[in-house]
Design a protein around this ligand. Structure first.
Ligand SMILES: NC(=O)c1ccc[n+]([C@@H]2O[C@H](COP(=O)([O-])OP(=O)(O)OC[C@H]3O[C@@H](n4cnc5c(N)ncnc54)[C@H](O)[C@@H]3O)[C@@H](O)[C@H]2O)c1
Length: 287
């Protein structure tokens, strides 16, 4: 008998076993009727794909002018927005390169005429046994997810503060944490450490700029249907697959649009009183 390879995907299938097969649901389409972000000048990282891409498209639909920054795919997202009549500019950017972040954030602010909102969404991760994880991978994951979030915030803050002086409306930073930033998760030491760092970086910045012109919040998604999921597909050698239960929910994966809805709410004036919040959107994983 050939042994079946256990992957995150096959386990997700097992979590559904014994349940009535779910009816195929119609794709969720979001067609905002609001223009809550009309004229807002927004910088979004990781917007070449997944949650960042959906957020950029949603923000543009809400009337924002968006600067899209990513290692790859930024131009494609910007073209999609422009093709639909929205306003977008694209930048190739590695968020781990502080000097490049400084240059690109300043350039975007100049092009858009200032900055009101920043969404830090770029992120990476993978599964590895901690006793086999390489220092290079650990550094890389922390560097993209945590350092990158700080660098972008650091160089955007002077622009956000300037906009506050001019408009009297708080600037906004929305970071991307994870359920893995709020609890331990299997084979994810680097990812958990980086996202836990994002959670407390968010609180630190929120406290520092509370009432001084910048609101800072984070969202903590659960499993969402994007490319990053493929990086978490293969379980490490000899993994105890029962540990997967902690990071799974019998609900479907979320769609990127559902995360984009939350980014839009927090960034808009509807979220005026929110700062220092870490908002979980995870199908009950952490309940
Ligand atoms: N999808 C999920 O299940 C899930 C769950 C919790 C948190 N998140 C977080 O959501 C965020 C978005 O991920 P996603 O799910 O859309 O995955 P994704 O892979 O589709 O998007 C991540 C984007 O980040 C970009 N990126 C990676 N390294 C970069 C770098 N050095 N500089 C600039 N851009 C870089 C990638 O090119 C990609 O476009 C990440 O921070 C991720 O950790 C995702």
């Amino acid at each position: 008998m050939t042994e079946k390879k256990i992957t995150a995907r096959s386990l997700a299938g097992e979590a559904q076993a014994g349940r009535k097969p779910a009816k195929k649901k119609p794709a969720r389409k979001v067609a905002p009727t609001y223009k809550r972000l009309r004229g807002s000048r927004v910088f979004i990282t990781g917007a070449g794909s997944g949650i960042g891409r959906a957020t950029a498209i949603r923000f543009a639909a809400e009337g924002a002018n968006v600067a899209i920054a990513d290692l790859r795919g930024a131009k494609e997202t910007a073209a999609e927005i422009s093709g639909g009549g929205g306003q977008a500019v694209a930048y190739d950017l590695d968020v781990t390169d502080a000097a490049a972040v400084h240059r690109v954030v300043d350039k975007a602010a100049k092009t858009l005429g200032g900055l009101d909102i920043v969404c830090n969404i770029a992120g990476i991760g993978h599964f590895a046994n901690s006793h086999e994880e390489t220092p290079e991978w650990f550094d890389r994951i922390v560097s993209v997810n945590l350092n990158g979030t700080f660098y972008v915030s650091r160089y955007a803050l002077p622009h956000l503060l300037k906009a506050y002086e001019e408009t009297g409306v708080d600037g906004v930073i929305v970071n991307t944490a994870s359920t893995s930033g709020l609890m331990g998760a299997p084979w994810s030491a680097a990812y958990c450490a980086s996202k836990g760092g994002v959670v407390n970086l968010t609180r630190a910045l929120a406290y520092e700029y509370r009432g001084k012109g910048v609101r800072v919040n984070a969202i903590a998604p659960g499993g969402t249907n994007t490319n990053i999921v493929t990086s978490f597909m293969n379980l490490p050698p000899n993994a105890d697959y029962k540990l997967m239960g902690k990071i799974m929910t019998p609900m479907d994966q979320a769609e990127p649009d559902e995360m984009a809805n939350l980014f839009a709410f927090i960034a808009s004036n509807e979220g005026r009183y929110m700062t220092g919040s870490v908002v979980v959107l995870d199908g009950g994983i952490t309940c």
